[in-house]
Design a protein around this ligand. Structure first.
Ligand SMILES: NC(=O)c1ccc[n+]([C@@H]2O[C@H](COP(=O)([O-])OP(=O)(O)OC[C@H]3O[C@@H](n4cnc5c(N)ncnc54)[C@H](O)[C@@H]3O)[C@@H](O)[C@H]2O)c1
Length: 325
């Protein structure tokens, strides 16, 4: 039998803290060599792109493939979202498909969770820190949620080029997290924060990196093509640069590809993968003044670990529909 889980069912069993723990395991496996993570495969039919993201986590016993499509004309032409994702979770022992689940909410939570883990390891540990969020879409919401799980956050400042989007963000997140959230009038206002997340659709740098204060930690999750970046050369040069995967960063992240191409830094500026920090192979922050960056491109190991967690919990709770395929 194959279990089918819709978005609400996935959301009902997936909380940030548990997902952060699952991400820690996944990134550790990547660093320890027990993860299989082939490059994602892309096919481009006339109207969009279809991506196949498989991975296997040996220690966790989790095997899955996410199918995610980006069809820009979907909303206007078909009344469907631009991005649609589903995860196929398999039994590693038999290969059989155990579960097909909605992948939209899962992707957002696992992306937040990776930043939460990075924040746990890389940011300063003092209490009453201020979070700064660029962007106020789905991902930005999950970024703030994850940061509040990782550190004691007393206040958040959000900036979006859409005033309405920022207001909706504040209304939603105020209720969910019960912290003070302020709307910034300019990007500069966000730079007062101790922990900053960039989660926008922008392909150009969001702020002047010379203005970031010492000791700041930044999670950069938005841009994901070689020509696009949310972070400028100045902030990358000033920082200790950690990525989800070295390979993905040098293939997809303009945030580091562009400063290298400009000659401002060399590839050796890439300090470590997140898994190397978690497993203690490389030291994390070594003083209170360092600026740290975690660049996230999004890896299939994250989807697999989150899907495994969702399936275990859904089975325990008896939710979803079982079908014979
Ligand atoms: N790293 C990962 O694993 C991962 C996973 C999923 C999505 N993403 C990426 O995260 C980004 C955000 O995704 P989303 O679903 O929240 O998108 P969204 O469209 O819902 O929200 C993006 C927001 O960014 C705002 N924005 C655009 N330019 C801005 C600027 N210069 N300054 C401030 N705000 C600006 C927009 O107004 C919008 O509100 C996308 O680029 C997406 O591809 C990354």
């Amino acid at each position: 039998m194959t279990l089918i889980l819709n978005k609400n069912e996935v959301a009902s069993v997936l909380d940030m803290k548990a997902c952060m723990n699952a991400m820690e395991e996944a990134f550790s496996e990547l660093s320890n060599g027990t993860a299989v993570l082939p490059l994602r495969i892309g096919i481009a039919p006339p109207d969009g792109i279809s991506l196949y993201m498989p991975a296997y986590l040996k220690q966790m016993g989790a095997l899955a493939c996410k199918v995610v499509t980006v069809y820009k004309n979907n909303p206007a032409k078909h009344n469907l979202p631009t991005t649609i994702g589903k995860v196929l979770l398999q039994d590693p022992l038999t290969g059989d498909v155990l579960c097909i689940m909605n992948g939209g909410y899962l992707t957002a939570v696992r992306t937040g969770a990776a930043s939460g883990v990075a924040t746990r390891y890389l940011s300063r540990k003092d209490a009453n820190q201020v979070a700064g969020i660029f962007g106020s879409g789905v991902q930005a919401r999950m970024q703030l949620w994850a940061i509040t799980e990782a550190r004691q956050i007393s206040k958040a400042i959000v900036f979006d080029i859409s005033d309405e989007a920022a207001s909706n963000f504040i209304a939603d997140m105020d209720k969910k997290l019960n912290i003070e959230i302020i709307k910034a009038k300019s990007p500069e206002e966000v730079l007062a924060a101790d922990i900053i997340c960039t989660a926008t659709s922008s392909s150009a740098p969001l702020f002047d990196g010379n203005k970031i204060k010492e000791g700041t930690h930044i999670n950069g999750i938005g841009s994901h093509t070689p020509n696009a970046r949310e972070l400028d050369t100045a902030i990358v040069k000033r920082s200790k640069f950690i990525g989800d995967s070295r390979e993905a960063c040098f293939k997809e992240a303009g945030d580091i590809i562009i400063p290298v191409a400009e000659g401002a830094i060399t590839e050796s500026h890439f300090y470590a993968e997140l898994g190397e920090i978690i497993t203690g192979k490389k030291p994390a922050r070594t003083n209170e003044k360092e600026i740290t960056i975690f660049k996230s491109n999004g890896l299939a190991i994250q989807d697999v670990a989150a899907a495994h967690l969702v399936y275990q919990r859904a089975m325990a709770a008896g939710i979803g529909i079982n079908v014979e395929i």
